[in-house]
Write a protein that binds this ligand. Sequence first.
Ligand code: SLL
Length: 273
Amino acid sequence: MPAPSTSKRLRNTRISRFFLIGTQSWTLSPTSPPPPSVALPIPADHTKAWRVYIRPLHNHGPDINTWLKKVQFKLHHTYTDSTRTVESAPYETAETGYGEFDIEIRLYFDATSGEKAQYRVHRLRLEPFGSEAQMAAQRERNEVVAETCEVVEFNEPVVEFYEKMVGIDQFSWLPGSMEPGRKKGSVDGRGKGKGGRGGAKSVRGTIMSGSDGTKDATAELPAKSTQDCPWSQEMENQIMDMLLSAQMQLDIEIQKESLKSKDRQKRLQDISI
Ligand code: SLL
C-alpha cells in the first residue's frame, strides 16, 4: 500500500538550519541584581545568575520557529524541577547557582517533519574564559556568554514540512525585512542529499568563545569553514560577495532599462510631433 501523501519525502533534498545554543551568566552582587525571571529569594550560596537559550543566529537566516516547536533543558540534579520544558519562543530558562555543569538539551521538531527529537549538550560557563583580553572584557561587563553555532539537517524532508520551510515568510522576522508576502524567502541548503534514508541529522558546530567586549552577545565565527561547521567568516564573505555582485548586476539592468525608457520616450515625442 502506498505511504500516505502526508509522509511522502523529497528525494535528493536536504534543508539545513543554523541556530545558537548559549548561556549567559552574571556574578550576583548588591549592585547587580539578578534578572527578573529568576526565583526569589536567592539561596545564600548562589553566587551567579544565568540563563540558557536556543536562538536564531543574530538577525540572520530563516525563522527557527518553523521547525523548532519545543525545547527541554535538563539541569544539574541539585536543582529542583531540573527538567525544564519550553513550548514556545523564547526557548530559554533562567536560574541562580554556584557551579558549572553540562546542560542536556532536547530539541523537538514541528509535527509535520516526522522527525524524532535531537539531543545536544551545552556547558554552562560561569567564569570568564578565552584570551586575557576577552576575560578582562567579561569581568568588566560582569557577563560571561558561551555560544555554540549548531546545525540541524533535514535529509529528504517530508513534503508538507519542506513546503513550510521554504515558505515566503521565512525571513519576515528579521528587522527591516519587507512585509510578509512581498519578500520571497530564499531556499537554503537545498543541496543534494547524501542518499540513504531520510531524516534529521545533527551536525555539531564549532565552539564559540563568549563575550569579547562588543555590546551584543556574539558568536565569534571561525575564519574558515570545516565539514562540521560550514558557517564561517569565509562563508559570510562569500555570501556578501554574491549579494554585492547581484546588486551590481541589478544596477546595470536598471541603468539599461532607464536608457531604453528614455529612448522610447524620445521616439514617442518624435512620432507625436
Ligand atoms: C561542580 N559539578 O562541582 C558542579 C556542580 C552544581 C550546580 C554544579 C545550585 C543548585 C541549587 C547549583 O549551582 N548547582 O542549589 O539549587 O561545580
